[in-house]
Design a protein. Structure first.
Length: 341
């Protein structure tokens, strides 16, 4: 099992990328890694070269570059070369913490989409914060690969999300919901009403109805689908609110005198659990579902722990043959007929 890694992508690359890869390599003896990047920067960081190979590249796609133009112009970049290795069968998956748009473009233009899927969806794994929930995380898509979608695209997201929840999150008969501006069936514009009815009438899905943005993390579904613009806006609002409250708590402790400091010290274990539960390092990266191989992107600010967890996520996808199951489903005659209608 070989993973092609963009060693140069991310705010702290290549240091944390190499460290995270080595942590994952030590966990799984069956994993091999090709690290695409500048050998002069990558080589000194490697502690143990077992099952690690450096593939030299001469270019880097920076965070602010226009994605498609960069992919076409910088043919010897670490992103392009790693994606090409997957396309040509020299690696089983592609991972990067670099330019999100460039990773999506490389996935679409180089790795290629599965036949029958019109628009791959970016899938984020988010925490469930409701106490007592049987599950700790859920799949949320599309979180930004497509600003506009058709109704059948959201049906495809729901099916792909279901496969991911079953095989990677290990949820039996996962509950699927639609992000909407109200929980009632008649809520939303004509687009969301049509999607709701389509999901409701699909026998392959355990559709549980609408979920409001305020209930996103409350464990009401194992898969939540939306168009990319709406899902991304709701995700950023949720992340921003969480950060705001953490900053308010910190400021309150600083301004509250010795009583507040004592209370914070007593609550430190609980606050640490909350921080770990909400941390992006815990759940791995965002998966571009609908491509011919796993393409996974993690936050640019990821540390070595996040890199390791993302690689574990990729291994789970490969072990479960998630791509093969998706190909089989969408190549079936009845599936094509359902989506065409």
């Amino acid at each position: 099992m070989k993973i092609a890694v963009d060693a140069m992508g991310g705010d702290q690359a290549p240091q944390v990328v190499v460290a995270g890869v080595e942590q994952a390599r030590d966990l799984y003896p069956e994993l091999e890694f090709d690290l695409y990047g500048d050998p002069q920067q990558v080589t000194p960081l490697i502690q143990d070269s077992t099952r690690l190979k450096i593939v030299p590249t001469s270019e880097i796609i920076e965070m602010g570059e226009e994605p498609v133009r960069a992919i076409r112009k910088k043919k010897d970049s670490s992103i392009v070369q790693a994606a090409t290795a997957v396309k040509e069968g020299r690696a089983d998956a592609f991972f990067s913490a670099g330019n999100t748009g460039a990773i999506l473009a490389a996935g679409l233009l180089i790795v290629g989409r599965i036949k029958g899927i019109d628009r791959p969806g970016l899938t984020s794994i988010l925490p469930i914060t409701q106490p007592g929930s049987d599950q700790t995380r859920f799949a949320y898509l599309d979180t930004g690969a497509n600003a506009e979608s058709k109704t059948k695209n959201l049906l495809q997201y729901a099916i792909m999300g279901k496969f991911y929840a079953e095989n990677v999150l290990k949820v039996a008969n996962p509950r699927v919901a639609l992000l909407n501006n109200g929980a009632e069936e008649d809520k939303g514009d004509s687009f969301h009403k049509e999607v709701h009815q389509m999901l409701k009438q699909t026998a392959d899905l355990n559709f549980v109805g609408n979920v409001e943005a305020g209930d996103l993390l409350y464990g009401k579904a194992d898969v939540i689908v939306s168009d990319g613009w709406t899902a991304n806006a709701a995700l950023k609002a949720t992340e921003g609110t969480a950060k705001m409250f953490m900053n308010l708590i910190k400021d309150g402790v600083k301004q509250g005198g010795w009583r507040a400091l004592l209370g914070a010290w007593l609550l430190k274990p609980a606050l640490k659990r909350i921080k770990n539960q909400m941390s992006t390092s815990t759940y791995g990266g965002a998966v571009l579902l609908g491509l011919k191989a796993p393409v996974v992107k993690t936050h640019g600010s990821s540390d070595a722990e996040a890199i390791k967890n993302t690689i574990v996520q990729i291994k789970q996808m490969i072990d479960a043959d998630l791509i093969g199951q998706t190909v089989d489903y969408f190549s079936a005659d009845q599936t094509r007929e359902k989506l065409d209608n």
